[in-house]
Design a protein around this ligand. Structure first.
Ligand SMILES: Cc1cc2nc3c(=O)[nH]c(=O)nc-3n(C[C@H](O)[C@H](O)[C@H](O)COP(=O)(O)OP(=O)(O)OC[C@H]3O[C@@H](n4cnc5c(N)ncnc54)[C@H](O)[C@@H]3O)c2cc1C
Length: 365
């Protein structure tokens, strides 16, 4: 015990991640108060140990050797609500709150802005890290500020939305992975709003049900769509040990997308170049579907290698079938990346964060 912090040694991280892979942390501490964060950092500094921050481990790949430092698990709790200008509701949630509980609360209260992000595992504090998104919505649309401790100065700062520099699965936090510890996130929500029904699959499901696009209807539909793809945590689902999508959708220059389409025709994957799924991403760039590329590069759902494989319900989801190693998972990811590069000339980048590996990105290294 250091001060009132309960430090633990040699703590298995496998059980703290959804992939259920990887070795132990040299030391670990749960922080439940902001002051504890500084105390834990001071202890690590004095002990000459590197520090890693985790929430609920749903976007983490831990190396088989574990992490040779202090893992700080953020468990800060509390949600406060106030009225903003123009009738908005301003919700501030501490970093350790469960993300889906917050979404459920917003939907129940009739506050629009988070409904399509239903069913995403993890904590509130992780949502700004990769600008969590799904079904046409992302947190960048509602985050107004992030309260975070700067590890380089040990000062707490309130970063406004522009300082967060959100992009597709990107933010200032992700770009400087060892700098910020998120303490709380503030979202601006819209009472009485209709659901943001933009994603074709969601539009279709609500249409087929003749359902009004209420927040509740959108949440129910999103949860149903996610369940069909094993994208909610479910203890009975054989595809459950994953980090959700393993690769991000590549964003490429238009000419590169044309080239991918030509290669797809040449490889006999499609009959005409127009069949390549591609979506405008602004500034002359286009987003390609990583799932489509993976499948068409010869990696169908259900592919298995040793004790890892591709989910039987989603070609972007890599799964630990039980008893696998992180090395197995990284090897499969590298094989898929190389296969997609060879067939289409596109390099896929991984979505999860890697802990304890020699490289910050062992899949691309
Ligand atoms: C079945 C499944 C489906 C998923 N679907 C989606 C989806 O639709 N969209 C999506 O965007 N993601 C999805 N994910 C990924 C994941 O749920 C999110 O990235 C989530 O935000 C991670 O939260 P976490 O608390 O588990 O973070 P962790 O996995 O513990 O950490 C992830 C990263 O965030 C950092 N971090 C966490 N908390 C803090 C903090 N307080 N301060 C600083 N850094 C912090 C960690 O250092 C690490 O770099 C899915 C995952 C699974 C398993």
């Amino acid at each position: 015990v250091i001060g009132h912090l309960a430090m633990r040694e040699d703590v298995p991280l496998r059980t703290l991640t959804t992939l259920e892979l990887g070795g132990p942390a040299r030391a670990m501490v749960d922080v439940e108060r902001e002051g504890d964060v500084r105390e834990a950092l001071a202890w690590a500094e004095a002990s000459n140990l590197p520090v890693a921050v985790i929430g609920s481990g749903s976007n983490l790949v831990v190396a088989d050797a574990g992490f040779p430092g202090l893992v700080l698990r953020v468990g800060l709790r509390g949600v406060s609500v106030r009225r903003g200008g123009a009738g908005d509701v301003i919700v501030t949630a501490a970093a350790g709150e469960c993300w889906d509980d917050l979404v459920a609360q917003a939907v129940r209260e009739g506050w629009g802005g988070l409904e399509c992000l239903s069913g995403i595992p993890g904590t509130v504090g992780a949502t700004p890290i990769q600008n969590v998104g799904a079904y046409g919505q992302e947190v960048a649309e509602t985050v107004t500020s992030v309260r975070a401790l700067d590890r380089t100065t040990l000062l707490v700062e309130e970063l406004g939305a522009s300082a967060c520099r959100f992009g597709y699965r990107e933010s200032t936090f992700r770009r400087s992975p060892d700098r910020w510890i998120v303490l709380a996130v503030t979202y601006r929500l819209a009472p009485g709003a209709a659901a943001a029904v933009r994603y074709p699959e969601l539009t279709q499901l609500l249409g087929a049900r003749h359902a009004e696009p209420t927040l509740e209807a959108a949440r129910t539909a999103v949860l149903e769509l996610r369940r069909r793809k094993s994208m909610v945590l479910d203890a009975d689902d054989p595809n459950r040990r994953s980090v959700g999508s393993f690769f991000v959708n590549p964003v490429v220059e238009r000419q590169r997308a044309d080239e991918v389409a030509r290669r797809a025709v040449a490889a006999g994957v499609v009959r005409s170049a127009g069949e390549l799924p591609r979506f405008a991403a602004g500034y002359g760039r286009e987003k390609l579907s990583a799932a489509w590329l993976v499948e068409r590069a010869g990696f169908p759902r259900g592919t298995t290698r040793r004790a890892v494989g591709i989910s039987s319900r989603h070609s972007l989801v890599l799964v630990n079938h039980g008893g696998a190693s992180s090395a197995d998972l990284v090897a499969l990811a590298r094989e898929i990346r190389a296969g997609v590069a060879a067939r289409f000339g596109v390099l896929l980048g991984p979505e999860p964060v890697f802990l304890g590996f020699r490289s910050p990105d062992p899949v691309s290294a």
